[in-house]
Design a protein around this ligand. Structure first.
Ligand SMILES: Cc1cc2nc3c(=O)[nH]c(=O)nc-3n(C[C@H](O)[C@H](O)[C@H](O)COP(=O)(O)OP(=O)(O)OC[C@H]3O[C@@H](n4cnc5c(N)ncnc54)[C@H](O)[C@@H]3O)c2cc1C
Length: 502
């Protein structure tokens, strides 16, 4: 073995054994020593996931990577604000949990401040106009009231969510050891193999088996599922836990707007092209050619698809993008899934409390009625944390499955300030249905074509996309460096080669 090879061998060994993060300087030095030419990476989608993937790749490979990110609409994707009477409000992803470590690190890195959400809101759980439970905004009184109605279940929820987040948080040290995973289920099981059961059991069954009261699950957990995913407690327990973590804080948002994280992370790309990718073409030399809607063609060694493969997308066969030149066994259409429509309607006005069955003031209502015409309504603060308005009436955000009819808005409000309401029509999250959960793989075609949003089928949240972004970057770096980190804790090892599971 000549000296350079020995050096490389020792370096790779150290990387694996010590389990430390390889710096960009070490990676680039190794790439130069081994005559690996700089690689070209194309990222489709400039949401928080695609932008973060660019950031992690730049961090690991520095100038050894040319990263081109394509965004068809606006940087941020489902992390976006709307302007109501001159103020910005979160219209998509609005809050994150204190234990979301990648988001916290990005805030530090980019010098962004966070706002802490107020947990003393007066909240109503209702079924249509029937009030099931109402908090007072006074912690002690609310604990007593909730224990009276639900027994010890409310006291169990905090530790339950904490335990889940702590166990899932074991993924961070694994990623710091350069571990990358082929499938979302591998990543989740690597964090904690006990999650296996939570992927296969409905949230409701899981909570009941853990001693939560039936009315607590059918009212509080159901409300969390309605407000966060606009779905039911029959979804897999792992997905449901992501949703419950959004109910049990401390919760934060980024001062000035959550989208800033995506914008700042995207500055790491060599080039951001505001254009839609229509086709991913597989070339005979193993590279990929991306076709833009304006007729542009660019070739890449690696491609990260950082946008959901959705049934109602714009491309061929209802997908967001078409695939061309792949062998017949490659069937990405298998991974196209239905996304839940969720409409966010913003209204500045005076609430008609009696419509919501209340004679006193309230800040939020969660409607758990099956097939109800609306899911939740909540008083909003703007992205600077200010909930005042020049009219003196709050801005409210209403979530519903379909656009709200004007007559319903007239019933919900005694008077509205704006003549027209603002609606944002989202294809918000996967339609999870019931377990078992079979998320698509990250590695769609070896490690050269990575599907970041596969992670959403195990849970959709900003932090989930960030974890998947880091996984995508690690998979590419490991592939380039030809290493396979050890002790990554996958309980059921799986190998995908050329898109086929071996
Ligand atoms: C109403 C709502 C509320 C939410 N609330 C929360 C919350 O409180 N907390 C939380 O953590 N999460 C929340 N989420 C979920 C969170 O927004 C998503 O999980 C996360 O933002 C997904 O980010 P992403 O980058 O993976 O995908 P996206 O944000 O969807 O980004 C994909 C990007 O790809 C672009 N694109 C698509 N096709 C193409 C193409 N062919 N060519 C080029 N570009 C393309 C899109 O325009 C988009 O910008 C919420 C989502 C919604 C809709």
């Amino acid at each position: 073995m000549d000296d350079i090879l020995k050096l490389l061998f020792v370096a790779v060994l150290l990387w694996n054994v010590e389990g430390r993060e390889q710096s960009s300087a070490e990676n680039t030095a190794q790439m130069k020593q081994r005559n690996i030419s700089p690689i070209r990476i194309g990222i489709i989608g400039g949401g928080i996931g695609g932008c973060a993937a660019s950031w992690f790749l730049r961090e690991a490979l520095d100038e050894q990577a040319e990263i081109v990110l394509f965004e068809k609409d606006k940087i941020g994707g489902r992390v976006a604000t709307v302007n109501i009477a001159g103020r910005e409000y979160e219209a998509g992803a609005s809050v994150f949990h204190e234990k979301n470590m990648i988001l916290q690190e990005f805030l530090k890195e980019f010098g962004l401040e966070s706002l802490t959400e107020d947990d003393s809101d007066i909240t109503v759980i209702s079924k249509g106009s029937e009030v099931l439970f109402k908090t007072t905004g006074w912690t002690i009184a609310d604990i007593a009231k909730s224990v009276w109605r639900y027994g010890l279940s409310p006291l169990k929820l905090g530790p339950w969510v904490d335990d889940y987040l702590t166990r899932f948080g074991k993924i961070y040290p694994l990623q710091a050891r350069n571990c990358s995973y082929l499938r979302p289920t591998d990543l989740i099981l690597a964090a904690d193999e006990k999650f296996g059961e939570m992927l296969q059991t409905p949230l409701r069954d899981r909570m009941l088996s853990e001693g939560f009261a039936e009315n607590f699950v059918d009212e509080i957990a159901a409300a969390a599922m309605r407000v966060n995913y606009n779905q039911r407690t029959s979804v897999p327990a792992f997905v449901g836990s992501v949703s419950l973590a959004g109910m049990k804080g401390p919760l934060h948002s980024v001062k000035g707007g959550n989208y800033q994280v995506a914008v700042r992370a995207c500055q790491s790309a060599s080039d951001v092209v505001l254009s839609s990718i229509t086709t991913i073409e597989s070339l005979p030399d193993g590279r990929f050619r991306l076709h833009t809607s304006t007729g542009g063609l660019e070739d890449f060694d690696y491609v990260i698809l950082a946008a959901p493969l959705r049934k109602d997308g714009a491309g061929s066969r209802g997908n967001i993008v078409a695939f061309d030149g792949f062998p017949s066994f490659f069937k990405p259409t298998e991974w196209i899934g239905a996304y839940q429509r969720t409409v966010a309607t913003f209204v500045e006005g005076e609430l008609n409390r009696t419509f919501f069955g209340s004679s006193t003031s309230l800040d939020a209502v969660f409607n758990i009625e099956d097939n109800g015409s609306w899911s939740s309504i909540g008083r909003q603060h703007d992205v600077l944390g200010d909930s005042s308005t020049s009219s003196g009436f709050p801005v409210w955000k209403i979530f519903s499955t379909d656009p709200l009819p004007g007559e319903l808005i007239s019933e919900m409000f005694l008077r509205t300030i704006t003549t027209s309401t603002t609606q944002v029509d989202w294809r918000a999250y996967p339609n999870y249905g019931e377990p078992p959960l079979h998320p698509p793989p990250f590695s769609l075609y070896g490690n050269n074509l990575i599907y970041l949003n596969a992670v959403e089928w195990a849970g959709s949240a900003m932090e989930m996309s960030l974890i998947a972004a880091k996984n995508a970057a690690l998979a590419i770096v490991n592939d380039v460096m030809g290493v396979d980190p050890e002790s990554c804790g996958v309980t059921a090892p799986s190998v995908v080669k050329d898109g086929q599971e071996l």
